[in-house]
Design a protein around this ligand. Structure first.
Ligand SMILES: [Zn+2]
Length: 313
């Protein structure tokens, strides 16, 4: 193609994408009228072209195939049944795991790429979850905020407006806030807002493996706060660490702590040792990124204070 043709082609594709955006927002308005998105019949989803699949990611290839250079199209609907990873859904977003169904013909890869395309092109999609009865579905308008190929997850935000993509690489240059700007009086609902985002950022920063035992199964990995939410700790990923469920619990029970000076793991005096706790690392030195020193210092100060109290008693 010569330059003029390329320009012509680009303009046309941009028109098509603008039209696709309009189409999706119109669908959403139609569905959301009178709270209808809370209980939608599967047949209605098919009629509207929102979801036509049986599982996972649905791409309307006929309509969207021409919008991507490789022809794979752009995801329209994502089904989250909650039977696995139920903790990854909250009112403001979902951590959506890449499909791994072993179907023939690279279908999993194609579906992941179609979903990335929605993020790259700034197009919303629809997240479908179980409705109030087994014959109904709940639908939310959603935007791809980011993804992590190592952990194989998408960070997806619900809402009427496009979210700004994350500026991951700038993270270490941003000033660090140990404490949250929000008021201390947070309700249980508030505490869940931003939960998926925090987990996503922490796993993307440190990698999808427990920092102290190396287990790398997403089903058992948590994003632990160093300065916890109850103490008004912020959701900056540098205030977090990836821990498995066992070690998250042991950490919260103050059975071990990280020395901010050396990042060595220290155990509670008279408590279980590394072997007892199945901790296989002696420090955090193996991590490619470290938590913020201020966060480790905060945790350490609490730990030594508690040790002082115990000694006095
Ligand atoms: Zn662990």
């Amino acid at each position: 193609m010569d330059d003029a043709s390329v320009q012509y082609y680009k303009r046309n594709v941009n028109d098509l994408i603008a039209r696709e955006l309009r189409h999706r927002l119109d669908l959403w308005q139609h569905l959301d009228a009178d709270g209808g998105a809370l209980k939608v019949k599967p047949q209605q989803l098919r009629d509207l072209g929102i979801y036509g699949g049986a599982q996972g990611i649905w791409v309307d290839k006929k309509r969207t195939g021409k919008l991507t250079a490789d022809g794979v199209g752009i995801s329209v609907g994502l089904l989250h049944t909650g039977t696995s990873y139920s903790d990854d859904l909250s009112e403001d977003g979902v951590l959506y795991h890449y499909p791994s169904t072993q179907r023939a013909g690279e279908r999993d890869v194609a579906e992941v790429n179609s979903t990335k395309a929605a993020g790259n092109l700034g197009l919303p999609l629809f997240v479908i979850t179980p409705g109030p009865t087994s014959g109904e579905r709940r639908v939310r308008l959603a935007w791809i905020e980011d993804w992590d190929d190592r952990a194989r997850i998408f960070l997806i935000r619900f809402g009427g407006h496009r979210v700004n993509p994350l500026l991951q690489n700038l993270q270490d240059d941003l000033p660090f806030e140990l404490l949250s700007q929000r008021s201390r009086r947070t309700t249980a609902t508030d505490a869940r807002v931003g939960q998926q985002r925090f987990k996503f950022l922490v796993i993307k920063r440190y990698g999808p493996a427990c920092a102290v035992c190396g287990i790398d199964l997403m089903d058992v990995l948590d994003a632990a706060h160093l300065c916890p939410k109850e103490e008004n700790g912020s959701d900056d990923p540098r205030n977090g660490l990836v821990l498995c469920a066992l070690h998250h619990r042991a950490f919260d029970a103050k059975l071990f702590v990280v020395d901010p000076e050396t990042t060595k793991i220290e155990f509670k005096a008279g408590g279980p040792r590394g072997d007892d706790l199945r901790i296989t690392r002696i420090s955090l030195a193996h991590l490619s990124s470290q938590p913020h020193r201020k966060a480790l210092e905060w945790r350490w100060a609490k730990w030594t204070a508690a040790r002082g109290e115990a000694a006095k008693a």
